[in-house]
Design a protein around this ligand. Structure first.
Ligand code: NAD
Length: 491
């Protein structure tokens, strides 16, 4: 087994970057960051609280007017510079990501490091698109609008794609002229802190601040802070509701990118001899097995037309079963580890309940209690109903439920019978089928004949309890991070 090493953030272990300098939290307390593949503590990181959040918001408030006054192209150039530095250090950052998140280095973490650099580069390039409008009120009256930054943005991110999501929050806030206080996830802050080290001498003091800490301490302090004009939250729907309540109390702007239970729908014409292998692989990709299923967009409810079940399912099962589960830093591993014991236990509980209800295992098993790394194997269940908990709730593990269908309307009703509305996947070759079903699904992002990841430039976001607002595009940034100021002049 080839185990790769990496360089931890050095100054960044303080956990808090405020007003252009690293700060150890006033409490002197730290949080352990663990490698979930090996169940070993990687290092200790400063545990920021409301004290550091107050300092960071104050620093951002001091910096925001100068930052907003800079030409957009200048702000964009700084994001581009950060992208270049990340690319130059991508391998080191990818190793850190794999170690702290459990996401396999070869299949996931290298791609995430380059994906994060791509997001920074995209927003660096389009920063100048922060344009306004002129209004045709006739001679003698000139009216125009500008897109103004909201002020201090507080962003909170989860552990499952920490670098990519950190890059999204940094880019969207800073490109549009806001100043940022970012709260990384306590389970996986290290790659973000490494990125902050690279950014430390790029942005003016106070423009970009970070406070690492627990959700209920630093996260809640940021979400409720009266000086934060906008909260951008990515995480669970449960915490998203708390964040939305806190924002409502002071009428703060909010973006929520939350959970999902996304349908993956198979039509017979995607399973002809020409297409069936690609469809089976697409199902495995959409389910994000290679990310332990720990992806908000995972296509975790598979609806297969009954006429092709017997051809398709053995191929999907064979591909899932062939994936090698192991240490996230091992080049041989297709799949790494679930991030912590709590998540692993939750996955165990969901699968055990479905097993007790009589579900059939096409592949996989109920994960066992372990004192080794948290490595559940890809699991596909059938013989269950769309009303079961495992088919309704976000398991956030490598668990796919497969349900046969015959009547299209009934299947669409089942696919939409969920409180989530983030993503959906359709495998079909007939264009009228694709057009009809795409329109019928309640989802913010529908992929057809593929199960890929987000691409900078697309507007990505969910509906229902999957959230509000969109990210990854300049339109999303303008809608979510700026307000329109109208100026009317009598000439
Ligand atoms: P989580 O909601 O538990 O935590 C997310 C972040 O919120 C962490 O930084 C955490 O410290 C913080 N937090 C926790 N309690 C808080 C509180 N009371 N106030 C303020 N902040 C608080 O989510 P998680 O388990 O870290 O991540 C997994 C979830 O994120 C899944 O539901 C997944 O679907 C979702 N997710 C969504 C997207 C998307 O783009 N829609 C992307 C990635 C992950």
């Amino acid at each position: 087994m080839a185990i790769l090493d990496y360089t931890l953030p050095t100054d960044g272990l303080a956990g808090c970057f405020i007003d252009g300098a690293w700060h150890w939290p006033a409490s002197g307390e730290t949080l352990p960051v663990e490698n979930p593949s090996r169940r070993s503590v990687i290092c200790e990181v400063g545990r920021g609280t409301s004290v550091e959040v107050d300092l960071a918001v104050a620093a951002a408030e001091r910096a925001r007017r100068d930052w907003a006054a800079r030409p957009a192209a200048e702000r964009g150039a700084m994001l581009t510079e950060l992208s270049n530095r990340l690319i130059a250090n991508a391998e080191d950052v990818a190793r850190i990501l794999a170690a702290e998140s459990g996401n396999a280095i070869r299949t996931q973490s290298r791609g995430e490091a380059m994906g994060a650099a791509g997001v920074l580069k995209y927003y660096g390039g389009v920063a100048g698109e922060q344009k306004g409008e002129t209004l045709p009120f006739g001679p003698g009256l000139m009216s125009y609008s500008t897109r103004e930054p909201l002020g201090v943005v507080g962003s909170i991110i989860p552990w499952n794609s920490p670098l990519q999501l950190g890059a999204v929050k940094i880019s969207m806030a800073l490109a549009t002229g806001n100043c940022l206080v970012l709260k990384p996830a306590e389970d996986a802050p290290l790659a973000v802190l490494k990125l902050v080290e690279m950014a430390a001498d790029i942005f003016p003091p106070g423009v970009f601040n970070v406070v690492t800490g627990l959700g209920e301490e630093a996260g809640a302090a940021l979400a409720t802070h009266p000086g934060v004009a906008k909260v951008s939250f990515t995480g669970s729907s449960e915490v998203g509701k708390l964040v939305a309540h806190a924002a409502a109390d002071r009428i703060a702007n909010v973006t929520l990118e939350l959970g999902g239970k996304s349908p993956c729908i198979i039509f017979p014409d995607a399973c002809t001899p020409e297409h069936i292998e690609a469809t089976a692989q697409g199902v495995v990709n959409a389910m994000r097995f290679a990310r332990q299923g720990q992806s908000c967009t995972a296509g975790s409810r598979l609806f297969v037309h009954a006429s092709v079940w017997d051809e398709l399912m053995p191929k999907v099962v064979a591909k899932a079963a062939a994936m090698q589960v192991g240490d996230a830093l091992d080049e041989e591993s297709d799949i790494g580890a679930v991030v912590n014991e709590e998540r692993y236990s939750e996955i165990c509980a969901y699968v055990a309940e479905a097993e007790a209800q009589g579900a059939t295992f096409l592949v996989g098993e109920t994960p066992k209690a372990t004192d080794q790394g948290f490595h559940p194997v890809p699991t596909i269940l059938s013989g269950l109903d769309n009303s079961w908990r495992i088919a309704r709730e976000e398991v956030f593990g490598p668990v796919l439920v497969a349900i046969p269908w015959e009547d299209e309307d009934a299947m669409i009703a089942q696919a939409n019978d969920t409180h989530y509305g983030l993503a959906a996947f359709i495998f079909a070759r007939d264009v009228s089928t694709v057009s009809r079903v795409t329109r019928a699904l309640d989802a913010g992002w529908v992929q057809v004949n593929q199960g890929g990841g987000q691409i900078p430039g697309m507007s990505y976001g969910g509906i229902k309890q999957s959230g509000m607002g969109s990210e990854y595009s300049i339109e999303g940034a303008l809608e979510a991070y700026t307000f329109r100021k109208c100026v009317t002049m009598a000439l």
